[in-house]
Ligand binder design. Structure first.
Ligand code: SF4
Length: 380
């Protein structure tokens, strides 16, 4: 297999691993920390950003977490000013910051706007207080609506709302109501994820101890189908398994991940992926800070993907997109046709009606969409 060298990464991710409180379902690299630790961390981030100066031109910047909006107004300003200092920001088309209702104030929203952020991803999860309480979120449904209104008032024209469905005790009507409220706000983008039970979370512990029961799988599937129906009928393009966007408002940054293209990650535990080489920064916040300050190697992990694995991962990620994967693009990247590596799987899955060709795009069928994980596992 011929491996074609890819372009330099043009997506930058910056990780802010701090939260006001740990949510019951969360297994992300995020902690509740003192302001002093956050200051030290931001100083280290600034140094790491400085090391990127003049090396890359990024089209997308995504500050995620954790909860970036947990930073104080001063901390937020320090971080965003460092980005302007070290990254050619005029080249950036999409500049996203993740924020949670309950942590955004008028002053913080003003700082985001003044520092050229042009997209906000709002962790709403639900508009219903009982679901929010179950998920361990710190905000109420009213907070979510107020924060959205504040962002609009300040001039943000590109907002994503994250929602979660499939909580135990959540009814079909509860979920429909959340979707209706979200649609009523007219965000440009909606991400709707099924609740997952991750190792090490409070939720999984409660499940094991019989404190809670999972929602019936068929009800969850019905909720997913309702999501697709409601959102597509209300002008949202279902462009990825869990993601829906108004025309032209697909998340450019996440498209880099789904197309398995190169990106750079900054901060504790952040992954980078450049031409088939995956690396990760030191995950522990204090160790990360110390290594940056001492000029030591901050990478704790690296993996050079063999070409066939790189190709497999590319197919799996791209099948998440409703448009699927282009045979021609795959050939350009890997110098081989998809069928030459995956002929057996493709024939079997096409026979079962789970994937299909649409012109030269290989994609999940509607039947395949509802068991996407099983279909994609065939390519690994
Ligand atoms: S706010 Fe987000 S990152 Fe923080 S604990 Fe909750 S789910 Fe995890």
């Amino acid at each position: 297999m011929v491996f074609k060298k890819e372009l330099l990464p043009n997506a930058l991710y910056i990780h802010i691993p701090f939260c006001a409180r740990k949510c019951s379902y969360c297994d992300f690299n995020s902690f509740v920390s003192e302001s002093k630790t956050i200051d030290l961390y931001l100083h280290a981030i600034e140094k790491e950003l400085c090391s990127l100066k003049d090396k890359y031109v990024f089209k997308t910047v995504f500050i995620g977490g954790g909860t970036p909006s947990v930073l104080t107004e001063t901390q937020l300003e320090k971080l965003l000013s460092a980005i302007i200092r070290y990254i050619p920001i005029s080249e950036v088309q999409e500049y996203t910051v993740e924020a949670n209702p309950g942590t955004l104030t008028e002053d913080k929203v003003r700082v985001l706007k003044e520092c050229l952020v042009n997209r906000i991803s709002l962790g709403v999860q639900s508009f219903q207080d009982k679901q929010l309480k179950f998920l361990g979120r710190i905000h109420s449904g009213a907070d979510a609506k107020n924060t959205f209104a504040l962002l609009r008032k300040t001039g943000f024209k590109n907002i994503n709302i994250d929602l979660i469905f499939g909580c135990p005790e959540q009814s079909r009507d509860d979920w429909k109501s959340d979707l209706e409220t979200a649609i009523g706000l007219c965000p440009e983008h909606i991400s709707a994820y099924a609740l997952t039970y991750e190792e090490g979370t409070l939720l999984t512990k409660d499940l094991r101890n019989g404190v809670i029961n999972k929602l019936d799988e068929l009800v969850e599937l019905e909720m997913y189908k309702t999501t697709i129906d409601y959102l597509t009928h209300n002008g949202y393009n279902h462009y990825e398994i869990s993601n829906f966007a108004k025309y032209g408002r697909e998340c450019l940054h996440n498209l880099v991940y789904w197309n398995n293209m190169s990106y750079i990650g900054v901060g504790a535990g952040a992954y980078s992926f450049i031409n088939g080489v995956r690396t990760s920064n030191e995950k522990d916040v204090i160790k990360y800070v110390n290594k940056v300050n001492n000029g030591e190697n901050i990478k704790s992990f690296d993996e050079h993907l063999p070409q066939d694995q790189f190709a497999s991962e590319t197919v799996v990620m791209a099948l998440r997109l409703r448009q699927g994967i282009s045979n021609a693009d795959f050939y350009k990247r890997f110098g081989i046709k998809i069928e030459d590596q995956f002929g057996e799987q493709i024939n079997r899955l096409r026979g079962d009606g789970l994937i299909a060709y649409d012109n030269e795009m290989l994609k999940l069928t509607e039947k395949g969409l509802f068991i996407a994980d099983t279909v994609m596992a065939e390519f690994l």
